[in-house]
Structures are given as C-alpha cells and as structure tokens.
Design a protein around this ligand. Structure first.
Ligand SMILES: [Zn+2]
Length: 153
C-alpha cells in the first residue's frame, strides 16, 4: 500500500484508469452549505500519451471561454501538469449528466472555432505557444470516445 497523500489524485492508481473519462474527484462544502464539485476530465491515457503543449494551451483557452456559455457557476477549468487532462470545478451543481453534456457542447465549440480567444501578449502569459489545429485534434478524439466517458476503470 502506498502512503495516503493529501492530494486526492495522488491516491488514484494511474495505471488502472482507462482514458478518456470524466471522474468526480470530490465535493467540498463550505460553512454556508455551498458545494464545490471538482472533476478530473482525462483526455489521454496516463504515461502512454499526452497532449502537446501548444494544442493543450489553445484547448484551455477555448474551453475556459466557451464552457461558461453552457453552464453557470464554473469556477475553473485548468490543465494538469502531466498534460493528460483537465480539472473542472463548479459551484452548487451536482449533476454529472449536465457536466457531460456541457463538456460535449464545449468540445464542439472547439471544433467550430476559427481562432483561439485571448491568444495575445496582453491576455495570455505565453501567447506564442498556441495551436488551434492541435486543440481541434484533441477535441475531435475526445468527442469520438464520448461513449466511454462514464467509465473510469
Ligand atoms: Zn494562455
């Protein structure tokens, strides 16, 4: 047995998962009853594949901007450092089905995009590091495997 770690995903056996998938990581309840739902949206099989940085970065911009058109109370959608997935945090919405529908719509927006939002030096920290085509390739593959999103292992 590995030592229990503070970070939930450090306790997840990444050799056992089957990407792509969408997994509820945990629910945090505040003192007033508000709840934050955190998801692990895994695009690539850990330690076998990863997203290339420029496409991942553009996918981040596109999803961050578009997901908020489909769902209220999105707190954050951010890439994992291992480049295999994203974390999504939403407030006071316990519907897993809505998360899946929202993800699908957001990825369809990526396929339809003709530019990456905010990819300039005023609005982004590494504006030269973008690839719309790379983002579309990742989104296309993820959408093609949507039947498996509910299955983590
Ligand atoms: Zn950026």
């Amino acid at each position: 047995m590995m030592k229990k770690m503070n970070v939930e995903s450090f306790n997840l056996d990444h050799t056992k998962v089957k990407a792509p998938y969408v997994r509820l990581v945990g629910v945090t309840e505040g003192a007033n009853g508000d709840k934050v739902y955190k998801y692990d949206i895994r695009f690539k099989q850990p330690n076998k594949e990863h997203m290339e940085m420029a496409g991942l970065h553009s996918l981040e911009h596109l999803m961050a901007e578009n997901i908020r058109n489909h769902m209220d109370n999105v707190l954050d959608i951010s890439p994992m450092g291992c480049q295999t997935g994203f974390y999504l945090a939403i407030l006071n919405n316990d519907s897993f089905d809505e998360v899946l529908v929202t993800l699908e719509k957001t990825l369809e927006d990526v396929l339809a995009a003709d530019e990456v939002p905010a990819c300039n030096e005023v609005q982004c920290g590494w504006a030269a590091n973008h690839s719309l085509e790379g983002a579309k390739e990742i989104a296309k593959e993820m959408l093609a495997k949507k039947e498996g999103w509910r299955e983590v292992f």
